[in-house]
Design a protein around this ligand. Sequence first.
Ligand code: TYD
Ligand code: MG
Length: 462
Amino acid sequence: MARVKSAFVCRNCGARASKWAGRCAECQEWDSFVEEVDEPSTSLAPRASVERPKRIDDIESAGMQRLVTGIAELDRVLGGGIVPGSAVLVGGDPGIGKSTLLLQAADAIQKRGARVLYVTGEESLQQTKLRAERIGVGSGEVFLLAETNASAIVDAARELRPAALVVDSIQTLYRDDLSSAPGSVSQVRECGAALVRFAKESGTAVFLVGHVTKEGVIAGPRVLEHLVDTVLQFEGDRHQSFRILRAAKNRFGATHEIGVFAMRDSGLAEVENPSLLFLGEDRGGAPGAAVAALIEGTRALLVEVQALVAEAPGRPPARRVTGVDSDRVALVQAALEVRAGVRVGARDVFVNLVGGVVVDEPAVDLAVALALAGALTGRALPAGTAVFGEVGLRGEVRAVTRASERLAEAARLGFKRVLAPRGVEPAKSGANVAVVETLADALRFLAPVGAAPDGSRSRAGS
Ligand code: TYD
Ligand code: MG
């Protein structure tokens, strides 16, 4: 495939053009073209050894032996451990803990008796050693190399033959045969391609660290995300200690799988019971709160949705949403108004998830609706109630997948009752299931706060 000889590359999608354009014809991004002086040579040099095509029958099936690190949160996100010869891109904001995570992974791999080469392009060997001391990574089979030349890295890895190679970060690498600066689109893409090729031919698992830009994409072309087998995002609020590792793409496992860690003084600790991070103190039993039973990857997770509705006198109302899709909140709000008579009107609406987690499952809708309605009316679900279900435009509560896992997680965490769409079998779960077919059905479970028998809590107005 001959490439267009050109000098402009789209920063967003990696498309090439022979002249500058204000808007990329491929990805429609404005002002994304940058000039690049390089073009990888169009013809490939003949190779010394030539791989011949094989019949499928003649290929030995290698029972894909995964390398289990023993860091369960990482292994699960990878789909059950590291696949030899796979290429994994680990993206995240600077300072979120990518280097810490991968150094700990390197240590875990060495403890299983395998060798790791950790290449640092950003920090000196001394800085990396300091981090290693802090998190208690001893000597052994983890080798460090401070290098940014891609072919020097591949040469070193060929010699050392590690089970895993970590490159921290891809933005610091360069190839001699390209003259543009490290971090430029062509350098990132071509260095990435060379390392992925190395992974495939050597069987070494390659981890590439990539910084995320302000816009949330891994700097450099999207092409890198297509090149690798797995894309992991390391996310979290830097003001809080927990971090979420999420599989955005995985050829060897489920996407949307998450691993939860807490950043401590001595590195990242696994969080085995993440639902506890995402629940408020009164477990959904306050006006403006509702606990959603969600599925992230293979795991069920309880997350508290909180809503606040405030007067917006004499100005256009604002909607501020974090953690869920703002369009879905708008839909749920409209359904509440039109189908269930809950008038939000021209008020400001705030919706937030406890713990700063981000979800994209429509099953969160019912919790959003109940939190919003509760915030408006001062009513609340009884504490210990979890809910799930998608809200439709007719105000109906629609079924979602994997109901029994949601019920099981709710029961495990001591939730007494679950509001669920039709078709859910209560039998096995232990939680008491109340089927709600419409928003109006669900709203009936909201009760004035303080209706408890002892009357100790004050009654909020409605
Ligand atoms: P780091 O792994 O360097 O982040 P990244 O590679 O994504 O840029 O970690 C950054 C932050 O984590 C840094 O602010 C210090 C903090 N940290 C801890 O709190 N505990 C630790 O044990 C370590 C190693 C780092
Ligand atoms: Mg780092």
